[in-house]
Design a protein around this ligand. Structure first.
Ligand code: SF4
Ligand code: SF4
Length: 366
C-alpha cells in the first residue's frame, strides 16, 4: 500500500516483518493491535505509532535489529512517524512548519514575551516597581492588572484548547476510531494514567543501555501529575479570586499554594529527569530530526515549574518582578505553542489507547 511519507513506508515494512514474526506480542499494545491488520493505511500506522510508548524493549529483543539485513528498529521508526503525525493533524495547517522549528520558536517566544512583560510592568506602574519588594496582598496585580492577566491568558488558553481539539479530531477521524464506548475510554484512561505500556512488557523501560529501569515512567508521572496539580492550583485560585474575593498570592498552607507547591516540585524534578533520560538515550532509539521539539517542550515545563516555585520562595523580595515576568512568559509561550509541539502526544496517545480498547473489546466479543 502506498504511503505519504518515507517514514510511513518504512513503518509499513516493519509492521509486515513483525506480523510474520510476532515474537514481541506480549511487550505492549502495539503488537496485538498490529496483528489485527494485514494491510496498513496511513491512519493505521499513525495509530500504532501513537500507541508506542518508546520503551525500547522490542529493539533489544529483536533478532532482526541492525546490523541484521532486515534492519528492524521499531521504536525509532515509530518515533519518527509519531512526531510527523503531530504536524500532519495540526490545526490550522499554516502552523505546521512550527513543528520543525519548535525549539527555536519556544526560545524566541520566551525571550520576546519576557521582554514585553517587563516593559508592561514598568508601564503599568513605574520603573522602580520592577525591582521593589512587594509584600501587600494582591501584589502580583501591582505589576499587571488582574483583568489584563485574565484577558491575555484566557485568550491564549482558549486558542490552545481549540487548536489541540481540532488536531485531535483529525487524528481521531483518520485513525478510524468510531464506535468507542465509555468502557473503552475508561480502559484507555487507566492505561494512560498508569503508563501501562512503558514497562517493556514487565521489567521496565530500556533507555541508555540494555538494562531495563522504571525511571522514565517516574519522570513522566512527576511531570504529568505536577502539571495537573499546577492546573488545579490555578483553577482553585480563580474560584478564590472571584467567588471569595481573595486575590493571590496565598499563604503556603492555603489550598492553591499547597497544590502549586506540590505541582511545581513535580514540574521541576520530572522534567529534569526526562532531560537527563533524553541525553542518555541510546542513539539507535532516537528520532534525531525531532529532538528540538522533544527538548523544547520539557524545558518550557521546567521553566514554568521552577519560576512558580521561585515566586513562592522569593515573592516578597525585589525578585518578584523578574520572576513573575519569567513565569508568565513561560506559561504564555506554553499556551501558544502547545498545539504545535510535543504537548499533543498525551492526547493522541490517549485516543490511540481508546481505539485499542475498542478493537480488543470487539475481538473479544466476536
Ligand atoms: S521487533 Fe523484531 S522480534 Fe519483535 S516482532 Fe518485530 S521482527 Fe519480531
Ligand atoms: S518501543 Fe516499547 S511500546 Fe514501542 S513498540 Fe516497542 S515494545 Fe512497544
Amino acid at each position: 500500500m502506498p504511503h505519504s511519507t518515507p517514514a510511513l513506508t518504512e513503518a509499513d515494512r516493519l509492521m509486515t516483518v513483525c506480523n510474520s514474526c510476532r515474537y514481541c506480542e506480549g511487550l505492549c499494545a502495539v503488537f496485538p493491535a498490529m496483528e489485527m491488520k494485514r494491510a496498513f493505511t496511513d491512519g493505521d500506522l499513525n495509530h500504532l505509532a501513537n500507541l508506542c510508548h518508546a520503551c525500547g524493549a522490542c529493539y533489544h529483543d529483536c533478532q532482526f535489529a541492525p546490523p541484521h539485513e532486515f534492519d528492524v528498529n521499531v521504536p525509532q521508526v515509530l518515533a519518527q512517524v509519531r512526531a510527523e503525525s503531530y504536524a500532519q493533524y495540526a490545526w490550522p495547517a499554516a502552523a505546521r512548519p512550527v513543528f520543525a522549528r519548535h525549539g527555536q520558536v519556544l526560545v524566541l517566544g520566551m525571550i520576546v514575551s519576557f521582554a514585553l512583560f517587563l516593559a508592561g510592568f514598568v508601564l503599568a506602574s513605574d520603573p522602580g516597581a520592577l525591582w521593589a519588594a512587594h509584600r501587600e496582598p494582591g501584589r502580583f496585580y501591582a505589576l499587571m492588572p488582574h483583568n489584563a492577566m485574565i484577558a491575555l491568558f484566557g485568550a491564549a488558553f482558549g486558542w490552545m484548547v481549540l487548536a489541540v481539539a481540532m488536531g485531535a479530531r483529525a487524528f481521531w477521524r483518520d485513525s478510524g476510531a468510531s464506535g468507542v464506548l465509555a468502557g473503552d475510554h475508561g480502559a484507555a484512561g487507566r492505561d494512560a494514567a498508569r503508563l501501562t505500556y512503558l514497562d517493556g512488557g514487565g521489567p521496565g523501560c530500556f533507555n541508555e543501555d540494555d538494562m531495563p529501569k522504571d525511571r522514565r515512567r517516574l519522570w513522566h508521572h512527576l511531570t504529568f501529575y505536577g502539571f495537573l496539580l499546577c492546573f488545579a492550583a490555578t483553577s482553585v485560585a480563580t474560584v478564590y479570586h472571584y467567588a471569595l474575593d481573595r486575590p493571590a498570592p496565598y499563604a503556603w498552607w492555603d489550598l492553591p499554594a499547597l497544590l502549586g507547591i506540590a505541582g511545581g516540585i513535580g514540574l521541576v524534578i520530572g522534567p529534569l529527569g526526562l532531560l537527563d533520560a533524553k541525553r542518555r538515550r541510546l542513539a539507535a532509539l532516537r528520532a534525531t530530526p525531532h529532538e528540538g521539539m522533544e527538548y523544547g517542550f520539557v524545558v518550557v515545563l521546567l521553566v514554568t515549574g521552577a519560576s512558580g516555585l521561585g515566586l513562592r520562595i522569593l515573592g516578597e523580595t525585589g525578585m518578584l518582578g523578574p520572576l513573575l515576568a519569567l513565569h508568565l512568559s513561560a506559561v504564555l509561550t506554553f499556551f501558544l505553542t502547545a498545539p504545535y509541539g510535543k504537548f499533543v502526544h498525551g492526547l493522541y496517545r490517549y485516543l490511540a489507547l481508546a481505539r485499542y480498547a475498542r478493537d480488543m473489546r470487539r475481538a473479544h466479543d466476536s
